[in-house]
Design a protein around this ligand. Structure first.
Ligand code: CTP
Ligand code: MG
Length: 185
């Protein structure tokens, strides 16, 4: 139980961090350049910026590299043996797709939120809590299918799907109270 929870959180850390750091460092030029589609609505909206995308990806990758370093020195946490993102050139690809994929999933769902007529920041339950998980999994599976299937076993996937909405809720409430998020979701 404890082992699978730690494994799930450890593997997902490079995908978790980009969202909160995008909220902290984001702003400036929106990725859609302010453009709208024929439905008259923004392509992505002002909540998806280049600065958030780049800063979030870099922070997720930095954490992944720190985890890789920790593993090289230590190997376990609370007595639980931790999985690695792979030997370094390939491991860097995994770390990148986890970090970038998470913001990609978030961006992808903003596209659909705008098509549904939801304004920036409007809540879309379940999707808001898990879009970044699916983005991270999809890109990582495409780029590193063997690593993905070896590490994201059925049990780990279920653990991630249960833990993530809880963590997401807690971090967003914190983000809201320290003022980096406009809404607590
Ligand atoms: N952010 C950013 N760039 C990104 C993702 C997020 O700058 N690629 C920043 C924005 O300031 C955004 C905040 O992080 O407002 C919170 O992210 P999120 O909740 O995903 O955006 P929302 O403002 O809720 O917009 P949307 O309705 O499109 O999800
Ligand atoms: Mg939001």
């Amino acid at each position: 139980m404890m082992e699978i929870v730690l494994t799930a959180v450890w593997l997902m850390l490079p995908a978790y961090i980009p969202n909160s750091t995008a909220a902290v460092f984001g702003g400036g030029k929106p990725i859609d350049g302010g453009r709208t589609l024929s439905d008259g609505r923004r392509i992505l909206g002002d909540g998806k910026t280049y600065r958030g995308l780049v800063a979030g990806t870099l922070c997720g990758m930095l954490l992944g590299l720190l985890q890789t370093y920790y593993l090289a020195v230590n190997g376990t946490i609370f007595g639980v043996e931790l999985p690695s993102f792979g030997e370094l050139p390939g491991g860097l690809v995994v770390i990148f797709t986890l970090a970038f994929g998470s913001l990609f999933g978030d961006m992808f769902m903003s596209f659909f939120k705008r098509r549904l007529g939801l304004k920036r920041g409007a809540p879309l339950p379940v999707i808001d809590q898990l879009d970044f998980v699916f983005g991270a999994w999809l890109l990582t599976y495409i780029a590193s299918p063997v690593w993905f299937t070896e590490n994201f076993t059925f049990g780990v996937i279920i653990a991630v799907l249960i833990i993530t909405p809880l963590l997401h809720f807690v971090t967003n409430v914190i983000g809201y109270f320290i003022g980096v998020k406009n809404e607590p979701w």
